[in-house]
Ligand binder design. Structure first.
Ligand code: ZN
Length: 257
């Protein structure tokens, strides 16, 4: 099998390997050497949490030419890297909460890569040996604040702005798979990883030259064209071929005002 998740069971979070309706509990996160401990659980979608709690989420901007163009940007000559805080991560079934500070929050559907082995200054041809697996990711962005702040930490860093899930697929060729995004079942984004400006091996190698990639870190690899607004009450789905569907509802800001 090749599907790993994190479940909430009796109030505790456990890493599991999924096999149909059965979840085999693991001793640790699988990228930390976790193995089956001989305990099985039944599970439903409601039990799923973010499949990883990353040390960092390292992202690339404008990695699909058609998306760079739709926002009026040039395609960069080298990967344009930025970070999202680990506190922004949520899982499938959890809610994206709109911040009071923004009037324009947008979805960006992205292939998420989970690192399996420490990577520093690696060569492109060695990149996949450092990958644990893949999941669906959302780089939720307050587009108005991204423009007005001049840098992106706040606009892309709010709590709940990094949905990941529903699980991690380890046996997957990520070189030409479809990435689709829908809001309330209406198609918004329909892209393919083959259209990345910087393909995964080169991207991971470049990232590893900037900072050490550690097991459990997550890389977001850019979004295809079709980004658009999210409003309270929306249901966002991100579906990646060979992985599955990440589903989050959108909730209004929780201000006390
Ligand atoms: Zn993005």
């Amino acid at each position: 099998m090749s599907r790993f998740a994190r479940l909430s069971k009796n109030g505790t979070l456990v890493y599991v390997e999924l096999e149909g309706d059965t979840a085999h509990e693991l001793s640790h996160a699988p990228w930390e050497g976790g193995t089956r401990i001989g305990k099985e659980h039944g599970w439903t979608e409601d039990d799923l949490r973010a499949p990883v709690r990353p040390g960092k989420v390292l992202c690339v901007g404008r990695n699909y030419a058609a998306h760079a163009k739709e926002l009026g940007n040039e395609v960069p000559k080298t990967p344009l890297l930025f970070l999202k805080p680990s506190s922004s991560v949520i899982g499938s079934g959890e809610a994206i909460v709109l911040p009071v500070e923004s009037t324009r929050v947008e979805h960006e559907a992205e292939l998420a890569v989970v690192i399996g082995k420490t990577a520093k200054n690696i060569r492109a041809e060695d990149a996949f040996a450092h990958v644990f697996g893949y999941t669906c990711g959302g780089d939720i962005t307050a587009r108005d604040l991204q423009r007005s702040d001049g840098q992106w930490s706040r606009a892309k860093g709010f709590d709940t702005f990094c949905p990941l899930g529903p699980w991690i697929e380890t046996k997957l060729d990520p070189s030409a798979i479809s990435i689709r995004c829908a809001v309330n079942d209406q198609a918004r984004q329909d892209g393919n990883t083959r259209d990345m400006v910087f393909q995964l091996p080169e991207l991971i190698a470049t990232m590893s030259r900037a900072m050490t990639l550690e097991p459990g870190d997550v890389l977001l690899t850019g979004t295809p064209e079709g980004v658009g607004p999210l409003v309270a009450g929306d249901v966002l789905t991100i579906t990646i071929e060979g992985i599955g569907t990440l589903k989050c509802r959108v909730e209004p800001s929780q201000s006390s005002a």
